[in-house]
Ligand binder design. Sequence first.
Ligand code: UT7
Length: 333
Amino acid sequence: MKKTRAVITGVHGWVPDYVLTNQELETLVDTNDEWITSRTGIKERRILKGEHKGTSVIGTEAVKGLLEKTNTDPKDIDLIICATVTPDMFFPATGNIIASNVGAVNSYSFDISAACSGFLYGLSIGSQFIETGAHKKVIVIGADKMSAIVNYEDRTTCIIFGDGGGAVLLEPTQEDLGIMDAMLHTDGKGADFLHMKAGGSLRPASMETLANKEHYIFQEGSTVFKFAVTNMAEVSANVMARNNLKGEDIAWLVPHQANKRIIDATANRMGIGSDKVMLNIEKYGNTTAGTLPLCLWDYESKLKKGDNLILAAFGGGFTWGAIYLKWGYDTNG
Ligand code: UT7
């Protein structure tokens, strides 16, 4: 009997309208367009403005668009997995809110917290439910409203992050397509270098934590950079080696969009040219769990059935990983 695999049968993304440019950041902190562009590759990022709007707004819009374009009845969805580090609330899960907003009344849902690798973890988890035959339609969302936890007085972090995300539909296939292999890693020692100090059970919110500005992202940028360059490149090379893939076999590298220099180093190590690297960091910045589905959405029209893709990410945790997948469909138009 042929193996059942999970294949992506649709992707949709969503970003808010407000564009935060490097020029506007120059008015907020001591920075400049030249530094930001040359050190990160980012020109602008999107910001979700307005009260009572959390990450569920991003996820809901992405899933609504996904259901529409794939002609899927929300009642047929079995499971929604939402990867995010900026949930609307600690509980309930943001996936629950999104499921309810889109009318996925027969679905259950949960969130996963794996920072920038969250979408990879979600894809890997979601694909297991399809491969075992437990579910027929699983939606995996990667979405973050990073502006909710960015300190716009800290020039080392506020220039990097933006808001946005996307969602994919996973369905079973007997064809030689879909999620072929995943290598996922965690190293909790990385927590020291990238975290949010307060607001959790360790340091609940108090007047003191507010005064100390501990409800924002803390990042030791250059340390995270070194780990990211090494590990994202290595795991991508490892997943290729395990599947006997050479650079020329890869149609697209889909890298987490944290810093263009990290992306270039990964592509180099994999032996693939920049023409095969998905890149949209210049217009969205780092949307954490949102970067990978946003790349797939932006490049969807260029993808062909059977294309070999390597998705790779590194982020808070530390978490990192790579997924090898064969794209499932051609897009008309
Ligand atoms: O997605 C989650 C995982 N996160 C990442 O992968 C991010 C990894 N880290 C990075 O992308 C980079 O480390 C940053 C973009 C955050 C920083 O770039 P860097 O090349 O590592 O800079 P640095 O921290 O080593 O700082 C170099 C200099 C410092 O000045 P001095 O000490 O050399 O005088 C900084 O103070 O650049 C200065 N600097 C800035 N200057 C202008 C730091 N931020 C800025 C800024 N504008 N925004």
